[in-house]
Design a protein around this ligand. Structure first.
Ligand code: FDA
Length: 308
C-alpha cells in the first residue's frame, strides 16, 4: 500500500463516527451501500444465501450493528441472532453466523455481553450451527479472546473468533489458540491501530499473515483465510499443494459484493469459499470500513451510483 492509499484509509476511518457525517450518509448513502449489503431484512439475506449456494459458495450472515449505547439494544440484537439461526435452520441454508462483541454489549457490561453471546452460541449448537465472533479494535482484543476461551471451557465449542495479522500480538495468540483447538478466521485487520501495537507497512502485514496461516495449515487446524488479495490466495494454494494439505482443510472467505467472480471461480476449482453477507439497517460503519480499505471499492460504488 503506497502513501496515498494509507492517507485515504486513515482519513476515511477518521470521519467514521462523526455524527453529522453519519447522518448525511445514512440519509443519502443507502443506495451506495447496497453494493456491499444484502438487504435490510433476514428474508432478503437468506435469498442471497440461496443464490450464492447455487454457485457452490457458502455463507456467514452478519446482522449489522456495533457500538451500541444501551444494553437493551444488545438484548434486541441477541434476539435478532436467535431469529437468524432459526431462519437458517428452517430453510436449511448453508450458512453460519458472524457477530460483533460490542453489538452484544462488550463496551457497556462484559458480563451481560458474555451471557448474550452464550445464549446465541447455545441456540446455534441446538441447531448444529457455528458462531464466529468478529474481531474489533484493540480495546476489545483480549476480552473477545477471553469470551471464546470461556465458552470452550464450558463445552460450547461451536464458536470461534478472528485474528488480525497487523497486530504484533497475533502470532502468539495464534499459537495459543491453536493448542486450545479454537477455530479461527485469519484476516489482515480493518481498524486504525497505532504503531505501538500494529504493523503499518503492507509488506510486514503480509509476512505476518503468511506466518500465521502457515502455522495453522501445517498443524492441520481447519483454517479460514479471509482475504481478497491475489498474493495471499495464490500463496495459500501453492502452500497447500506443496505440503499435501487437502482443499477440505481450509476455506477462503470474502465479503459480499467484492470479487464475486473470483468467489465463484474458487468454488469451481473445488476450494471451499464462504461469503460474509451483512444485512440490516445499521450498515454505516461497515460500509465506511469497506470504502476505507481500498479506493477501488469507492470507485465501484461511484460507478454503481452513476448507473454504469
Ligand atoms: P487488501 O484490501 O489489502 O487488498 C490487497 C489486494 O487485493 C489489492 O491490491 C488487490 O489486488 C486485491 N483486492 C482487494 N480488494 C479487491 C477488490 N474489491 N477487487 C479486486 N481486487 C481486490 N477485519 C477485522 O479487523 N475483523 C474482522 O472480524 C474481519 N472479518 C472479515 C471477514 C471477511 C470474510 C473478510 C474478507 C475480511 C474481514 N476483515 C476483518 C477485513 C480484513 O481485515 C481486511 O481489512 C480486508 O479483507 C482487506 O484486506 P484484503 O486482504 O482483503 O485485501
Amino acid at each position: 500500500m503506497g502513501i496515498g492509499s494509507k492517507w485515504y484509509r486513515k482519513s476515511l476511518l477518521t470521519i467514521t463516527g462523526i455524527p453529522m457525517v453519519e447522518k448525511l450518509s445514512t440519509t443519502y448513502g443507502k443506495g451506495l451501500a447496497s453494493r456491499f449489503i444484502a438487504g435490510e431484512t433476514l428474508e432478503e439475506a437468506l435469498k442471497e444465501v440461496e443464490e450464492l449456494g447455487k454457485l457452490g459458495i457458502m455463507a456467514t450472515l452478519d446482522h449489522l450493528g456495533e457500538g451500541i449505547r444501551q444494553l437493551s439494544e444488545a438484548a434486541a440484537y441477541k434476539d435478532q441472532y436467535i431469529k437468524l439461526i432459526t431462519g437458517i435452520a428452517d430453510c436449511k441454508a448453508n450458512s453460519n453466523v458472524s457477530l460483533k462483541p460490542t453489538q452484544m454489549g462488550l463496551a457497556l457490561d462484559p458480563a451481560v455481553c458474555y451471557a448474550n453471546i452464550r445464549d446465541v452460541v447455545k441456540h446455534a449448537r441446538r441447531n448444529r450451527n457455528f458462531v464466529r465472533i468478529d474481531m474489533e479494535n484493540t480495546p476489545y482484543t483480549q476480552a473477545t479472546i477471553d469470551i471464546v476461551r470461556r465458552l470452550h471451557k464450558e463445552g460450547l465449542t461451536n464458536v470461534g473468533t478472528v485474528l488480525q495479522a497487523y497486530l504484533f500480538r497475533s502470532e502468539q495468540d495464534a499459537a495459543e489458540l491453536l493448542r486450545e483447538r479454537i477455530s479461527l478466521r485469519l484476516v489482515k485487520g480493518a481498524y486504525k491501530e497505532s504503531d505501538e501495537v500494529a504493523f503499518q507497512k503492507t509488506s510486514e502485514i503480509i509476512r505476518s499473515f503468511k506466518r500465521i496461516i502457515g502455522l495453522h495449515l501445517e498443524n492441520r487446524a481447519y483454517t479460514a483465510i479471509a482475504s481478497h488479495d491475489d498474493e495471499i490466495i495464490s500463496w495459500v494454494k501453492a502452500y497447500a499443494r506443496t505440503k499435501g494439505i487437502p482443499k477440505s482443510a481450509f476455506e477462503f472467505q470474502m465479503l459480499y459484493g467484492l470479487r464475486m467472480n473470483e468467489q465463484a471461480k474458487l468454488a469451481k476449482e473445488g476450494y471451499r469459499i464462504r461469503c460474509y453477507i451483512p444485512y440490516g439497517v445499521m450498515w454505516y460503519p461497515y460500509f465506511t470500513r469497506r470504502l476505507a480499505e481500498k479506493p477501488v471499492n469507492l470507485m465501484m460504488v461511484l460507478k454503481h451510483m452513476s448507473g454504469r
